[in-house]
Design a protein around this ligand. Sequence first.
Ligand SMILES: *Cc1c(COP(=O)(O)O)cnc(C)c1O
Length: 378
Amino acid sequence: MERYPKLIVDIEKLKENINTAIRECGAVGIQVAGVIKGFNGINEFLPAYIESDLQELASSRLEQLHRAKDLGWNRGLTLIRVPMLTEIDEVVEIADMSLNSEVSVLQSLNEASLIKKSKLEELNSLEQWKPHRVILMADLGDLREGFWDKDELVRVAELVEKEMPGLHLTGVGTNLGCYGALVPTAEKTEELVHVAEAVEERIGRRLEIISGGASTSYTRITDGDMPERVNHLRLGENILHARDNEIFHGHSTKPMNQNVFTLMAEVLEVKLKPSYPQGEINVDAFGHKPYYEDRGMRTRALLGVGRVDLGDFNDVFPKMPGIEIMGGSSDHMILDVQDAIDGGQSIKPGDILEFDVNYGSLVFLTGSENVKFEVKKS
Ligand SMILES: *Cc1c(COP(=O)(O)O)cnc(C)c1O
């Protein structure tokens, strides 16, 4: 028996997107870190990344880095969230590199790395030890992680370079377009290069990595105006969906495939009902006061998928024309299917409807134990 809700991944299309990212970035001297947090690094989808030519996988969650390693990944692993002080030993164990912004965290990483070194020394396997690589994050205005005071960043860089032998200062990085919704313009990104140059002047050598951002920074590649010295991007969304740069920033993301994932959900009920709730209206299942438009009597379909599975109903998109998502609750989605039915479609209990998904829903769908996964090899 097929079980629903189900998420289908077209693994060949995903592989194509990974290859496209590697090729387009490589053409302008940029290495891609494949970010796997957008699908919770689940085992079903990881092989597309592991079998690619990527040299680095990255996640904000250590659990996901472990999974990649368990599946046989033996190249670079980067923690792209500032490490928690309570997870430092594990960071040094699993990740070769991490993004950082706090001296106390760097000190702790340094100690853990040196302890690891002496343990390996005792086992006569010192060749297995490498300093933990760190990228210092500069906050250029997005106001999430990173040094706001760039002089402080330069001072800390010098400290890592001269006084933390367990660490290797690999470079600097920034994150744009996350909290502060900042546009990664060429000028903004150039600011990061200036930060890198200030660090280089202080420590007297060139940095290996200038990490220019995440998927939103891919627009600098398509526009061909990425500052010369930026040589690293951390790409999640633009490989998985390649939708945001087009929808939110008006940039073509061709030749990326935008239909790697499809959500399939089962119809439970189809009935003609009023579109406006009948009776005294207070709050919905989540304590919110919603707005209801009165469109008279309409045919509605109820689906066996809900907010616990996909997060927000605005983050899935019905493929069948004439269907509108009205909302739902934890375990139900409610559709207005009147226009589809007027257009000649038949929708009945047991039917399976298909949806496109974006970043906001994929991260929930891949984290829900109710959702089944199917790998399609096109
Ligand atoms: C999530 C994240 C990324 C990847 O973001 P996408 O928009 O999915 O490309 C890159 N860098 C950092 C620091 C992140 O937290």
